[in-house]
Ligand binder design. Structure first.
Ligand code: NCD
Length: 529
């Protein structure tokens, strides 16, 4: 069977399907048992054992556990392990990430482990280095492992968290009830849980954080879309008043380095609301387990050190599991194990559906007046875009019509915009332009992207020659005036990396950035003018 894991990148947890993750965890269990019992023969089944197999660590942000467990995992494989010292690299001379990593790809490296403040970096680099490998006729292309990107995701932490939860769940996938406690706003490890916990069939998540540190809406939305039961609480104290307290608590550190001055002023109060206190002990089940991706602060740990020697301590084993999970991940990406994995149809998540989103409709009525909405003087030749933002309020419709005109480059010349109210009492926008306006296929795609659910009428000699209805495109890319709104995203123009923006339609009709995952409405994906 071809190895489906070989040379695969892991940018977000969803890059591995649920079935693939379940396979991964059975392998981690086997490897852990082998290491714990000192079974060399069994360990060798996982070992790449090739001194030329290049594994590169590039940490553009601080790290202890992730970096060192990966380094030790790479050494387990007897591989060529390198590290780029970013403080003395040419990145500081203004070199782009693409140029830097392309170069390192050429030096016989198969896996890059990258941590950065820039969100979506590894996704971009995996695309770029593949093209570099092709144009330089390299016999391989590298895989990328995201070791944490800004506030976005931390998929390998997610794997080791899930493995530890599973151990405490008797390796059962049937259900999980977990409290996420702490800085849910900045913590990428909890953001990865929005898709990560899909591993379990029934999921209940309690979010325990003050407003300032609350889980961002798009992750809460995602959790709900994924069928999780989600409840929110503003502090541990508040949480413990609720009758149904989870037996798994996942703490995260207040990430002071990522907070603005305003939030920092309230630091002590915020920390207090998410720190465990002795008085809470008799309110939790004695079998409760605490987890933490670590580090914890030496003076202000949210899991106090007096808990270390109690049965609540799940975080030490969790961190050790990081080594086993990372050994197995490298083993799979290196193609050493995974041949026996049988893919299932659900693995091939279509990135988007390919439904037709520009539909030509037959114009049934050729009488001039009825072809246009009321109020628009019939055109002899020109275009009418109708049904724009139906249901929005008039001022929103007007604003958006201005954007449509600019995006379609029809803002010069005669014609006008119109807000009309239909028989159903809903407002809609109409743009009309007299003259010969050509609409290529690319223009139609632009129209669908900026004005989904509208109608385009092309008028010739007083008749509707062609009529199109637009729907939300499954993907939007390849237009140079698109932009992700997240300044931390690799594709944001401020980062100067020249990465073209790309969006995918989500189930609920948003457009998610292909790199950082940020949700946008179709109005928000265009560069600010
Ligand atoms: C976390 C991280 O870097 O995202 N730590 C880790 O990788 N173990 C959490 C943190 O920094 O608080």
């Amino acid at each position: 069977m071809p190895n489906v894991f070989k040379s695969r990148s892991l940018n977000v947890i969803e890059d591995l399907s649920i079935n693939e993750r379940r396979y991964f965890f059975t392998k981690v269990k086997e490897l852990k048992d082998a290491i714990v019992s000192g079974d060399e023969k069994e360990m060798n089944r996982f070992r790449i054992d090739d001194p030329d197999f290049g594994i590169y660590e590039i940490f553009l942000e601080d790290s202890t556990r992730t970096k060192e467990s990966f380094r030790n995992a790479a050494k387990f494989h007897h591989a060529k392990v390198s590290e780029l010292l970013t403080s003395s690299s040419s990145i500081n001379k203004g070199e782009s990430y693409a140029d830097t990593f392309n170069m390192l790809t050429g030096y016989q490296n198969s896996i890059f482990i990258v941590r950065s403040k820039v969100e979506g970096l590894t996704r971009w680099l995996s695309e770029e280095t593949r093209e570099y490998a092709e144009r330089n006729s390299l016999l391989y292309y590298p895989a990328f492992i995201n070791a944490g990107d800004g506030k976005h995701e931390h998929p390998t932490q997610e794997l080791l968290d899930e493995f530890t939860f599973l151990e405490d769940n008797k390796m059962s996938f049937s259900s999980i009830h977990v409290a996420l406690v702490g800085d849910l706003y900045h913590g990428r490890t909890v953001h990865s849980k929005a898709d990560g916990l899909k591993l379990f069939d029934n999921v209940k998540v309690d979010l325990v954080a003050p407003d300032e540190l609350a889980m961002p809406d798009n992750y809460v939305e995602k959790m709900k879309e994924n069928g999780f039961e989600v409840n929110t609480y503003s502090s541990i104290e508040d949480y413990l008043k609720n009758g149904d307290v989870a037996k798994m608590w996942y703490f995260t550190r207040p990430q002071l380095e990522r907070m603005g001055d305003k939030v920092l002023q309230k630091e002590a109060i915020l920390r207090d609301s998410i720190t465990f206190r002795r008085e809470f002990l008799d309110k939790i089940d004695p079998e409760t387990k605490f987890y933490h991706p670590l580090p914890r602060h030496k003076e202000h740990p949210t899991i106090p050190t007096w808990l270390d020697k109690t049965p609540f301590n799940g975080w030490e084993r969790q961190a050790i599991n990081g080594l086993y999970c990372r050994i197995v991940l490298i083993s799979m990406i290196g193609g050493k194990i995974g041949d026996d994995y049988e893919p299932v149809p659900a693995d091939n998540r279509a990135e988007c559906d390919s439904d037709e989103y520009i539909v030509e409709v037959k114009s049934t009525n050729s009488s001039k007046t009825k072809n246009y909405s009321e109020g628009v003087r019939p055109l002899e030749n020109g275009i009418v875009i109708d049904h724009i933002c139906k249901g929005d309020n008039p001022s929103e419709i007007r604003d958006h019509m201005r954007l449509i005109s600019t995006v379609l480059k029809i803002d010069e010349g005669r014609g006008g915009e119109w807000v009309s109210s239909g028989e159903d009492g809903k407002f809609k926008g109409i743009i009309f332009r007299p003259g010969t306006v050509e609409f290529s296929r690319k223009d139609l795609k632009r129209l669908a992207a900026v004005a989904p659910k509208s109608t385009l009428n092309i008028i010739r000699d007083g008749k509707v020659e062609k009529k199109y209805r637009t729907h939300m495109p499954p993907r939007i890319y390849n237009f140079d005036d698109l932009s992700c709104q997240n300044e931390a995203c690799i594709s944001h123009p401020m980062n100067g990396e020249g990465v073209p923006a790309k969006f995918y339609r989500t189930k609920d009709g948003h457009f998610a950035c292909a790199y950082c995952g940020k949700f946008h409405t179709f109005k928000q994906i265009w560069k600010k003018r």
